[in-house]
Ligand binder design. Structure first.
Ligand code: ATP
Length: 249
C-alpha cells in the first residue's frame, strides 16, 4: 500500500526553485532513501513531508503531498501532521533535560501526565530504539551526558514516543562513528516493520544497506526512483549511473 503520494510538487525559496514537479510514491513499511549531489533538494524535499518548510517565510509550495488519503497541506493541521510524521535530524539534538523527560516531552504535550503511562512509554520507546539496556539505570541523568550515538538513538526514541506512522531521517548518521552508524542502520531495519521511513543519505553504501527503494535527485528534480538494487545495478538513466559510479557529485 502507498503511504505517501507526492504529485507535481514545486517549491520556491523566493525566486529560486528548489523542487521541480516532484512525483513520488512511498510504500508503507518500507525504507525510501533520497540520494543526490549537494544542493539537489533532498533536505528540502524530506522537509515538505511534514511541512517543516512552512516555518521559512519566503517558501512557496504547490502540488500535493497525500498521506493515506489526506492532502497534508489542505486536510491536516500541522500539529497533528507532525505527530503522525516524526523527524530525526543530522545532528543529535536532545533537549537539555533528563533522559526520561526527553522521551516524556512529546506525550506530555499531547496530554499524557499519568506517571504509570509515561513510565510505560519511556520504557517502550527506549526499548524500540535499542537504548533501554544502556540507560535504564540513569533515566534521571541529563541526556547531554550520553555519547553521540546514544543521543541519536534517544532522538529516535523521542520520535517513537509520540507513535508516528512515518519517520523522516535527514542524514541521521553523518555525525556518528561507524559502530553507532551500524546500530542506527540495524534499528532502521527493525523499525520499518512498524513504520514507513524516508532517509536522506550521502552514503551510498548506507542506501544500499538500508533502503528498499532509492530516489535519485538532481537540480531539484527526481531523475529516477525504484527498488534500490535497480537504481544501483541497473539504472535506467545515464545520469543516475554516472552518480552511482562516482563520476560526479
Ligand atoms: N532556507 C533557504 N533559503 C533559500 N534557499 C535555500 C534554503 N534552504 C535551501 N536552499 C537552497 O535550495 C537548494 C536545495 O537545498 P537542499 O538543502 O534541499 O539540498 P540538499 O540536496 O539537501 O543538499 P545537501 O546534500 O548539501 O544537504 C539549494 O540551492 C539551497 O541553496
Amino acid at each position: 500500500m502507498k503511504k505517501i503520494k507526492v504529485r507535481q510538487l514545486d517549491l520556491f525559496y523566493g525566486d529560486i526553485q528548489a523542487l521541480k514537479k516532484v512525483d513520488m510514491d512511498i510504500e508503507e513499511n518500507s525504507v525510501m532513501a533520497l540520494i543526490g549531489p549537494s544542493g539537489c533538494g533532498k533536505s528540502t524535499f524530506i522537509r515538505t513531508l511534514n511541512r517543516m518548510n512552512d516555518l521559512i517565510d519566503c517558501v512557496k509550495i504547490t502540488g500535493e503531498v497525500i498521506l493515506d488519503n489526506q492532502d497534508i497541506y489542505k486536510d491536516i493541521d500541522p500539529i497533528e501532521l507532525r505527530k503522525r510524521v516524526g523527524m530525526v535530524f543530522q545532528k543529535p539534538n536532545p533537549f537539555p533535560m533528563t533522559i526520561f523527560d526527553n522521551i516524556a516531552y512529546g506525550p506530555r504535550i499531547h496530554g499524557i501526565y499519568s506517571k504509570k503511562k509515561l513510565n510505560e512509554i519511556v520504557e517502550r520507546s527506549l526499548t524500540a530504539a535499542v537504548l533501554w539496556d544502556e540507560v535504564k539505570d540513569r533515566l534521571n541523568s541529563s541526556a547531554l551526558g550520553l555519547s553521540g550515538g546514544q543521543q541519536q538513538r534517544l532522538c529516535i526514541a523521542r520520535t517513537l514516543a509520540i507513535e508516528p506512522e512515518v519517520i523522516l531521517m535527514d542524514e541521521p548518521t553523518s555525525a556518528l562513528d561507524p559502530i553507532s552508524t551500524m546500530k542506527i542502520e540495524e534499528l532502521i531495519d527493525q523499525l520499518k516493520h512498524k513504520y514507513t521511513i524516508v532517509i536522506v543519505t550521502h552514503n551510498m553504501q548506507q542506501a544500499g544497506r538500508v533502503a528498499d527503494y532509492t530516489s535519485f535527485f538532481l537540480n531539484g528534480e527526481i531523475i529516477e526512483t525504484g527498488p534500490t538494487e535497480e537504481i544501483f545495478y541497473n539504472p535506467k538513466d545515464k545520469r543516475t549511473e554516472d552518480y552511482i559510479t562516482g563520476r560526479f557529485g
